[in-house]
Design a protein around this ligand. Structure first.
Ligand code: PEP
Ligand code: MN
Length: 353
């Protein structure tokens, strides 16, 4: 099958000078298959007194890159004023940043400013893992009838300690793809990783999952970058990264392989069916136990029992070579549902009454 080539977007986190953006663009165009050039002009910084971008001053440089290299140029817009200024300078590819996607008012204002324009718009996921806000922002922009709307997965901020700057939670872009099969979802490994060392492995993972492209931050001298110095890579490193990626097909034509795959899938289908039946049998027992606890005035939640369940199930998981956290999370879900069912039961009339 012919695989659609992933869309590659690259460029500095921020436009810092004419020379900086020009030199990066030149190097990328000459040596790689970059499809779009990115550069932040208005930077949403968490704290004041950080570098907030050069603003309108940088737009003519980007317009020049677009013209000179015939390369679409993409910037972040966070207000209708940004859209107006960018369109005035001939910039027609935009991303809506994670801090903007969280605000339906801000997204709607941007969508209104974009209405009917021939622009390509990419909507980053909101900072926190709330898929509906992401979907809502995509819908608002789509209703504005722009040329195209895509999504960018840039990871989610978390209190949990993690090797990532923003934890990927791949299940969220996967769920987005399930809901919108035709939507292009681009991965931003730079903001997920927050570290040059992680950019390649996250990019490969995104390609393995079949996402539609990558947006990677590139700077001529990353350690001197005015924003996100730890995660930017050099143009040369990007070229090497793109050459090292291993691409996979989404579908297969080899008959033997298809047969093998079908056989494994049908076994998995059977196991999943058994799993659902087992969950139903477990729930039948939970209901019997719930009624029994209710009729004997015993509290629903028993800490000791819950600790015992967690310990024995995760020990077994570990013994079988399964990830303990994976099994623990499944049992947290099962136990949560069990408590919910017992609470509902206890609200019903007891058999004593
Ligand atoms: C960026 O792409 O430089 C940026 C600020 O992204 P995010 O909105 O994902 O933090
Ligand atoms: Mn950045």
């Amino acid at each position: 099958m012919t695989r659609k080539k992933p869309l590659i977007i690259a460029g500095p986190c921020s436009a810092e000078s004419e020379l900086q953006v020009m030199s990066v663009a030149q190097e990328l165009v000459a040596n790689s298959s970059v499809d779009m050039f990115r550069a932040g002009v208005w930077k949403p910084r968490t704290r004041p007194n950080s570098f907030e971008g050069l603003g309108e001053k940088a737009l003519p440089w980007l317009a020049q890159i677009k013209k000179q290299f015939d390369l679409p140029v993409m910037i972040e817009v966070a207000s209708p004023k940004h859209v107006e200024l960018a369109l005035h300078h001939g910039i027609d590819c935009f991303w809506i940043g994670a801090r903007t996607t969280v605000s339906p008012f801000a997204v709607q204002e941007i969508a209104d400013a974009l209405a009917g324009s021939a622009t390509q718009v990419f909507v980053k996921n909101p900072i926190h893992p709330e898929i509906d806000l992401w979907v809502g922002a995509i819908e608002r922009v789509t209703r504005s009838n722009v040329k195209s709307v895509s999504a960018i997965h840039r990871g989610f901020s978390s209190f949990r300690k993690s090797a990532y700057r923003n934890i990927p939670l791949w299940e969220i872009p996967i769920e987005l793809q399930r809901r919108f099969p035709d939507l292009d979802i681009i991965c931003d490994p730079s903001h997920i990783g927050g570290n040059q060392k992680l950019v390649f492995e996250i990019s490969q993972k995104a390609i393995d999952l079949g996402l539609s492209g990558l947006m990677i931050e590139v700077h001529p001298n990353p350690s001197k970058a005015l924003s996100d110095p730890q995660q930017q890579i050099t143009p040369n490193e990007l070229i090497q990264l793109l050459n090292s990626l291993h691409y996979k097909s989404k579908t297969f034509s080899d008959a033997f392989f298809v047969n093998q795959l079908e056989e494994l899938r049908s076994k998995i289908d059977k196991i999943d069916e058994d799993l659902v039946h087992i969950l139903k049998s477990r729930m039948d027992l939970v209901e019997m136990m719930g009624a029994y606890k209710r009729d004997n005035d015993v509290t629903i939640f028993q800490l000791e029992r819950w600790n015992e369940i967690l310990q024995t199930r995760t020990e077994l998981a570990s013994h079988l070579g399964l990830d303990e956290t994976y099994v623990r999370e499944i049992f947290e879900k099962i136990h949560g549902e069990s408590i919910k069912t017992q609470i509902a039961l206890s609200a019903k009339t007891t058999s004593k009454e």
